[in-house]
Design a protein around this ligand. Sequence first.
Ligand code: MLT
Length: 430
Amino acid sequence: MFKINDNYLKLPGSYLFSTIAKKVSAFQAANPDKTVIRLGIGDVTQPLAPAIIDALHGAVDEMGKAETFHGYAPDLGYEFLRTAIAKNDYADRGCDIAADEIFVSDGAKCDSGNIQEIFSVDNKIAVCDPVYPVYVDTNVMAGRTGTYDPKTEMWSDVIYMPCTAANNFSPELPKETPDIIYLCFPNNPTGATVTKAQLQEWVDYANRVGAVIIYDAAYEAYISEEDVPHTIFECEGARTCAIELKSFSKNAGFTGTRLGYTVIPKDLKCRVEMPPHVHSAAERAAHGENASHLGGTDVMLHSLWARRHGTKYNGAPYIQQRAGEAVYSPEGKVQLAKQVAYYMNNAKVIKEGLQEAGYTVSGGVNAPYIWLKTPDGMTSWEFFDYLLEKANVVGTPGSGFGPSGEGYFRLTAFGTYENSVAALERIKKM
Ligand code: MLT
């Protein structure tokens, strides 16, 4: 008789955004005359920029001719895209990341969920609270989080780092030492950021305690203030402790097109005893490097992720990777800067509108998310229902991101300008 991975049974409820989608569908079915404005999931609404459309058309035409047809993509990504990323996202910012340290994928969500596979199940993770649910849920599936307490909504083997108004939604170094630290800045869901000096403290801490930081920089394009790091590799020492996840969804509208990448520097290593079958220096070198060390070796996480990618993944499609390359073209950069400005104008409309209506609000300056305190002591889900019922506006309950999100609510700036304005008019009338 087969057995299932019963870690799945430990997961409470369904995925946050699936639960919201079900609730909204039920409301819409019961109220067909109401026009619902969706400012819940962070899904973009603006069409792909012309430079990206041109690149897609060009790549589609290439696929239609024998001489320019492309089959399986290289599993770590095409050289043209990895080189463009290394130059634009790293070298131009003074960061030392080589093209072959970049792994192209079909999106940061998959990478943020899959990356835990290369770590032992014994590792202890630390997460911000509130947090993007994928980090925790995928560790639950792997059996790394212990037991769930429905009262506290916490897992016994997870270190929670509360991000509250008291600490400006920026986590403090944990008291208990973690092995893997998930950080996301600009933050989803709170929209908060850290300064370069604050991020440097995390890098120093991780190097000191031997932890790895999984740094989600999906919202980097929305940074508007000086002194907010665009990548963790701006920090000294990050090459020995950090993995960075990047998405094309938010900066270039690829939520439906799918493209992302992960950076694993070759300096990020873990000391291990070699498996018993590995004897020769050549075999040891194939597993890592430093083959001369007897009794153990330093294994590059880069090698493990490359092995995983090669085994489980056949590469992001050529067409998408050409579209990704266009993101870094001169025209692409200009067009996407306008798109980001469009969403950030929505953020301003939402934030200022909420403030005028008397709400306590943060975020929305370096991130497309606005984080508000629910009024009159309402729980996050009570406010969700209230907003849907009274204003026909959908947002995301803060408690869905973790217990410290209770009493908070997230609105996204990724809607249209017209809907952002209309939503605020409705909210002001509630
Ligand atoms: C969100 O709304 O938090 C994001 O859209 C989720 C994601 O990027 O997967």
